[in-house]
Design a binder for this molecule. Structure first.
Ligand code: NDP
Ligand code: 2IT
Length: 452
């Protein structure tokens, strides 16, 4: 039996009911098999097995009172996955689908992603099955306060520093920070994604989307190509999707789609800056649905989502590039086949693990420029790291300074992926490159630090 199969079987035997976590573990284990072959020291120290087991998992009750005075109960989580190279760092997701499997997959991915950023950041993830959709600001505030009343004891600027993810944006970070500060009696950079007026970094909201586009640019530059003039599919319409579209427009590309969990829009003329401003108002202020884009812009088609289907017609729209920026496993086998059949040559993942294993295999098999999430979307957490630096130095950097550092970091991540893929025998394979480069940094730190 191959080494990776033995490792995956061991993890699967312990947590057979965590499919997303096992999916993420399997992919990394397959990539690093060659590393474990060449470096028996990682095997004897059981580095991979230790990385696949969280250092700590916190699960807690989150009781809160809704606007009608009724008591509601949700479940809160924080996965403190790995602190070999820095404090636990990673987002909080508020979505009804949240469970241990999803958060463990996200925390596991985060460990390698954070290692790739070049910054001293360990990996973590957390969240709740709370659904912010349709809740009033007061309800969201009371939920966030209750959530933080338990979580605060596990946090600290050198211990664990959460940020946003699906369902957690500037509003939620504000409420969470307010409660942390009140309980801890300390103004400290214990969350990132804060508003710039009270400790947040400029460019943090933009960073994941911008970074994913910078990563696509880097991949294209290896083929002497660029984004200008390229038709791009973008999924999602939240934080990552919005700033992906913004950067694509700035670089002369033509984004033509956006989606939410109810469906997607296709604007063949391209989403321009005015239309994007309209979307931002719709999504961030009115908290409306993407369907309204089609109702308000002539010539735009809307197609409702068919939940549980084995494909999503968004990915069957002919395009040069795809920027999945909504959620995990949103590109299934048939979607990958449709993208490839239409000549799509670039996939840069703003979302975490948006492509199913079969889709990943098709992309790498076809040799297209496929940037996996842990590399392509690392710009968000990288600028979170820069926010932590600014907070520690009691300072705030200019927009251009942060944007420049972000694009430098994306350049470094791309170079590290290319180098590792080549060194370990699969040139051009960014999946192996990202997994191996991230693994090596964490593995070496763990070897140095002994069996802990
Ligand atoms: P937001 O909550 O701002 O937006 C999420 C978007 O994705 C919404 O349009 C949402 O639609 C859609 N979506 C969420 N869940 C589903 C689902 N199950 N099926 C279909 N559509 C869905 O989140 P972000 O933009 O921050 O996050 C998007 C992705 O990017 C996630 O995978 C996240 O982990 C990843 N990411 C985010 C980073 C960040 O800095 N924010 C950093 C790195 C990665 P609806 O409104 O209908 O729910
Ligand atoms: O998936 C991710 O990298 C994030 N949601 C951002 C994490 C962070 O700490 O900024």
């Amino acid at each position: 039996m191959k080494i990776f199969e033995a490792i995956v079987n061991e993890v699967a035997a312990r947590d057979p009911d965590q499919p997303e976590f096992l999916q993420a573990v399997r992919e990394v284990a397959e990539s690093v098999e060659v590393v474990l072959d060449r470096h028996p020291e990682y095997r004897s120290a059981r580095i991979f097995e230790r990385i696949a087991e969280p250092e700590r998992v916190v699960m807690f009750r989150v009781p809160w009172v809704d606007d009608d005075g009724a008591v509601a109960v949700n479940r809160g989580f924080r996965i403190e996955m790995n602190s070999a190279i820095g404090p636990y760092k990673g987002g909080l997701r508020f979505h009804p689908s949240v469970n241990l499997s999803i958060l463990k997959f996200l925390a596991f991915e985060q460990v390698f992603k954070n290692a790739l950023t070049t910054l001293p950041l360990g990996g973590g993830k957390g969240g709740s099955d709370f659904d912010p959709k349709g809740k009033s600001d007061g309800e969201v505030m009371r939920f966030c306060q209750s959530f933080m009343t338990e979580l605060f004891r596990h946090l600290g600027p050198h211990t664990d520093v959460p940020a946003g993810d699906i369902g957690v944006g500037g509003r939620e970070i504000g409420f969470l920070f307010g409660q942390y500060k009140r309980i801890a009696n300390e103004f400290t950079g214990v969350l990132t994604g804060k508003s710039p007026g009270w400790g947040g970094s400029l460019i943090r909201p933009e960073a994941t989307g911008y970074g994913s586009v910078y990563f696509a640019q880097e991949m294209l530059s290896t083929r002497d190509d660029e984004l200008e003039g390229k038709t791009c599919l973008v999924s999602g319409s939240g934080n990552v999707a919005q700033f992906t579209v913004e950067k694509l427009i700035e670089l002369g590309a033509k984004p033509v789609t956006l989606s939410d969990s109810s469906g997607f829009i296709h604007d063949p003329d391209g989403i321009d800056a005015d239309k994007l401003a309209w979307v931002m108002e719709l999504k961030n202020e009115r908290r409306g649905r993407i369907r309204e884009y089609a109702e308000n812009h002539p010539g735009v088609a809307y197609q409702a989502a068919n939940r549980g289907a084995d494909h999503n017609p968004l990915w069957a729209i002919p395009a040069d590039c795809a920027f999945p920026s909504a959620t995990q496993n949103e590109i299934l086998s048939k979607d990958a086949a449709a993208l490839l059949a239409n000549g799509c040559a670039v996939v840069s993942e703003g979302a975490n693990m948006p492509s199913s294993p079969d889709a990943v295999e098709q992309f790498t098999g076809a040799g297209i420029l496929y940037g996996p999430g842990k590399a392509a979307n690392a710009g968000g957490v990288a600028v979170s790291g820069l926010e932590m630096s600014q907070n520690a130095g009691m300072t705030a950097w200019k927009r251009e300074v942060v944007d420049h550092r972000l694009s430098d970091i994306m350049f470094e991540i791309h170079a590290a992926c290319v180098e590792a893929a080549e060194r370990f025998g699969t040139p051009g394979n960014y999946v192996n490159g990202a997994n191996i480069a991230g693994f090596l940094k964490v593995a070496d730190a763990m070897l140095d630090q002994g069996v802990v």
